[in-house]
Every structure is written in C-alpha cells, then in structure tokens.
Design a protein around this ligand. Structure first.
Ligand code: SF4
Ligand code: MG
Length: 280
C-alpha cells in the first residue's frame, strides 16, 4: 500500500502552512507502511480544524461531538477489537472539553492511538485560548492575557496511566510517522501529542519559537516513569520522541465477551425474550 492509496479525493480547507497537512501525510504513510487494510481502520475525531482529518483518509471515519472523541472511539474498539482505532483531536477537544474522558481513557488503558493536534489555541472557533495556551496568552477570550496555568499533557498522560506517551512535531515528518507506527503497534492507550503552529490564531507560538525549543530525546530510558515525568516537566525546552512506555493489560482484555468482535459472537443460546418483555 502507498500513501496515495489512502487519498479520498477531498481537499482540506486548512490554512496554508497548517501543521495538519504534514500530520495527515505522516498518518497515511504510517498506515501504508503497516499495511493495514483500510476497512480495518477507524479514525474518530471531535470538533475542530484538525477534526476534519477523517475526511481525508480512506478508512472508516467518524466525526463526533466536541470533546467526545474518546468515548466514541472506546465504544468502537470494544465493539470490534479487530479494528485499529485512531482518535484525533485538537488541544481544546482533547484536554479541555474532553479532559475528563482523556484521564479515564489513560487510566483504563483503552487500546487505541490518540493523536492530539496541539497548537495551543482553539482554531476552528476563531482563536480562543485553550488548555495548553500559556499564561498571559492574548486571545479573543483573554484580551488582557490568560490568567490560567496551562495543562502539561505529557505528565498528565503518564501519571494518569497511559502506557505509550510520545511527543512529535509537525516539521519532522519521519519522526512523526515512526511514532504513529509504534503507537499503533503498542497494545494499550497511546498518546502522541503533536506540536504544531496555528499560523492564523496563535502568533505567540511561531515555527521559529518552536525551533528554538525543540530537541530530540536521546539516551532517555522510556521504561523509567519518574524520568519520563521529569522530561515532561521541562520548562524551557520541548523534547520530542517517546517519553514513556509500559506493558499492561488493555481495557477489556480480561473479559471474554469483548475479546473478539461482537458481531462474531454466537448468541444463538441466549434467550432475549425476557429482556424484550421488560421493555414492552
Ligand atoms: Fe490550521 Fe489554525 Fe488555520 Fe485552523 S485556523 S486550519 S488550526 S492554521
Ligand atoms: Mg487547537
């Protein structure tokens, strides 16, 4: 399979230079390299500029409600464990509106890959400060500067119980593709927080701003949770790569009834009549 085999023919309306173009290419390249049949992949998103991504990748896709990406993705995975489930959200959808779902998906270790398009602003709704906007960030909803402390998605995910936690950045397509391949291959909840600029609404975090801070993790032991949190807490620099990985049973592994796809289960010996009667 090649990247072009996953094209849908639809053209994104993202602003020129938006990081989502590179992310979409990296995702298609990763799926092509993994050679997963498109009908075995479900991409789930919420609301936001980046949440339009399922329109542009020829797999199953579901664009849901704002902040509700993970419950839908969890339901899909539990109903059909044969599917590779990839959830995609912006920083507002993932860490703000869907923040509660995020913590619990990490804790439950639901077997899916969560790619967060983190540009530290709500782009689609025209530039409100988001949960990852820095303190003092001037936006349409914080004209005198945000008074809120931003969340740290990496330390949040590690301490909440995610079993694969990585950070990518849109200008390194090869690293991004590799992280997506590894995250999909990982059994459990994988987060890839992808740093990208929003050239239209976040002038504070320009490409140059990122370039001055980003470096690749090197010699870091990703099985060391405390070291991973320490890396996540770095203030002035932004390390990219794999922060943390551990092997743990994924959500539902120990329940025989959801081990395989529901549609393949033999229900011929189940008497549904009493339940139907109750509902009459
Ligand atoms: Fe991308 Fe920002 Fe434009 Fe949305 S507003 S398409 S996030 S650059
Ligand atoms: Mg955003």
């Amino acid at each position: 399979m090649e990247q072009k085999d996953l094209d849908t023919g639809e053209k994104p309306t993202w602003c020129a230079g938006c990081g989502n173009f590179v992310l979409t290419a990296a995702l298609k390249q990763a799926l092509a390299e993994l050679d997963v049949a498109p009908e075995k992949v479900a991409i789930v998103s919420g609301i936001g500029c980046g949440s339009k991504l399922p329109h542009f990748v020829r797999t199953y896709g579901f664009e849901g409600l704002h902040g509700r990406t993970l419950p839908v993705a969890t339901g899909i995975k539990l109903a059909n464990k044969e599917l590779t489930v990839i959830a995609v959200s912006g920083d507002g959808d993932a860490y703000g509106i869907g923040g509660n779902h995020f913590v619990h998906a990490c804790r439950k270790n639901v077997d899916m890959t969560y790619i967060v398009q983190n540009n530290s602003v709500y782009g689609l709704t025209k530039g409100q400060y988001s949960p990852t906007s820095p303190k003092g960030f001037v936006s349409s909803t914080s004209p005198s500067g945000s008074i809120e402390q931003p969340v740290n998605p990496m330390s949040w995910a590690i301490t909440a119980g995610a079993t694969y936690v990585a950070r990518g950045w849109f200008m390194d397509l090869d690293q991004l593709k590799r992280l997506i391949i590894d995250a999909i291959s990982h059994h459990g909840f994988s987060l890839i927080d992808v740093l990208m600029p929003c050239l239209t609404y976040n002038r504070a975090y320009s490409v140059q701003w990122y370039k001055e801070r980003i470096y690749k993790l090197y010699g870091h032991n990703a099985s060391d949770r405390a070291a991973a949190v320490e890396k996540a807490m770095e203030q002035d620099k932004l390390p990219t790569g794999l922060f943390y990985q551990e092997k743990r049973e994924a959500y539902g592994d120990e329940i025989p009834s959801v081990r395989g796809p529901l549609y393949k289960q033999d229900i011929s010996n189940i008497d549904v009549a009493p339940a139907m009667k109750k509902m009459q």
